[in-house]
Design a protein around this ligand. Structure first.
Ligand SMILES: C[S@@+](CC[C@H](N)C(=O)[O-])C[C@H]1O[C@@H](n2cnc3c(N)ncnc32)[C@H](O)[C@@H]1O
Length: 381
């Protein structure tokens, strides 16, 4: 399921910079009579705009319930025969040939779970040969950050609450996170250096990012780094969440060093951010090393989002190859409900039988109906 709400979509569409860039991109790609896939449609903002530019039909695919609002709005605007809505992840919808795919599945970076897979699928299964895809590419930028207060707020959010508790272990974990934030433009040193590129013609699941040297004009402390993207939505049409004065709905990716680095006069930073796909997620790893005026390396800070997660070893032990698992009561209830879903028995009857069989898990009829309803919603055809 997707957690996006109608308000989130309104907020994204209401952002003037983002909206203007997508308008220009649609102007550039939509041709009269096009069939368009609106991938991750929300309530279908891009679908309406594609039709306004002459598309003949839009297939709007969106797993969030807000797609229902898309249907309502399409009908209210007399466009229900030209927008076909699917409440689903793209991979679950039967593909058909389209001239254009429009997608914006980014967060503060393009490295969102399922993003590259969905675009690769749209390209391979939906887009006609020679069809147009929005976006074309993302370039990734990094710059040093000088903002002790912002980074300290990430590393020790409990600072005011726990003066007398040694929180060093917890702080070390947060120094391995990517924080979504909007640092002040003045705290970002320089205009950023490109360290990677995502080409949506081939959004491969591979490691992105290379080491870059960044000159730092003013000597002094560096507390972390900021990463942002510059999307080329259509040829020559750009949208960025760079940390300047314009408002962005994406936020920026900020990583904080556990201790600041001191950059000497005339020196800089060597930064290596690598972003690698692991089991459907993206793991970020970074090193930042000071450089003196002659280019000699000094102190280094490292981090990785793997170390930023707290994993209970007992949970891992349960899935160890040598473990001999036994079904939980909860799983037995699920198995019972699944077996009862035969297309003939009503939800109320399944709930009644489940309550009789699992009185401890389902102490009354309301709880039974609620729990069984949730299972059914999830597992029924
Ligand atoms: C950033 S919102 C964009 C909403 C709208 N298209 C717009 O531009 O204002 C991204 C949307 O993509 C949806 N999404 C994510 N993965 C998807 C997938 N595999 N198939 C279809 N939609 C997906 C999310 O639920 C979310 O609504």
């Amino acid at each position: 399921m997707s957690n996006y709400t109608l308000y989130d979509y309104g907020w994204m569409v209401g952002n003037a910079t983002r909206w203007a860039a997508f308008q220009r991109a649609l102007d550039a790609v939509i041709r009269l009579g096009d069939v368009v896939l609106d991938l991750g449609a929300g309530y279908g903002a891009m679908a309406f705009e594609a039709l306004r530019r002459g598309a003949s039909k839009v297939i709007a695919v969106e797993p969030a319930d807000s797609v229902v609002m898309g249907r309502t709005l399409a009908a209210a605007n007399g466009l229900d025969d030209r927008i076909e809505h699917h409440r689903a992840f793209l991979e679950k919808v039967s593909a058909r040939p389209v001239d254009v795919v429009i997608a914006d599945l980014r967060g503060s970076s393009p490295f969102m779970p399922g993003h590259f897979e969905a675009i690769a699928h749209a390209r391979a299964a939906w887009l006609k040969p020679g069809g147009r895809l929005v976006p074309v590419r993302d370039r990734l930028f990094v710059a040093p950050l000088r903002d002790a207060k912002l980074v300290e707020g990430f590393l020790a959010p409990w600072a005011a609450a726990h003066e007398h508790v040694d929180m060093r272990h917890a702080r070390a974990v947060l120094a391995n996170w990517i924080h979504r934030a909007n640092p002040k433009a003045g705290s970002v040193l320089g205009t950023g250096v490109v360290f990677g590129e995502v080409d949506y013609a081939d959004p491969a699941l591979r490691t992105y990012g290379r080491a870059v040297d960044i000159d730092v004009a003013s000597a002094g402390p560096v507390h972390g780094a900021v990463v942002w993207f510059e999307a080329e939505l259509a040829p020559g049409v750009f949208l960025s969440n760079r940390p300047d004065e314009h408002e962005t709905v994406y936020g920026r990716s900020v990583l904080g060093f556990a201790e600041p680095l001191e950059v000497p006069a005339g020196g800089g930073l060597r930064v290596h951010v690598r972003i690698t796909p692991v089991q459907g997620a993206w793991i970020w790893r970074w090193t930042a090393t000071t450089l003196d005026a002659e280019g000699r390396e000094g102190a280094t800070r490292r981090g990785d989002t793997w170390s930023g997660s707290i994993v209970d070893p007992a949970r891992l032990a349960r899935r160890a190859p040598e473990a001999r698992p036994e079904t939980s009561e909860e799983a037995r209830l699920l198995a019972f409900v699944l077996a009862a879903m035969d297309g003939a028995t009503s939800v109320a009857d399944i709930a009644g039988k489940a309550q009789a069989a699992f009185p401890e898990l389902l102490p009354d009829a309301d709880v039974a109906l609620d729990r069984v309803g949730a299972f059914v919603e999830r597992h029924a055809r």
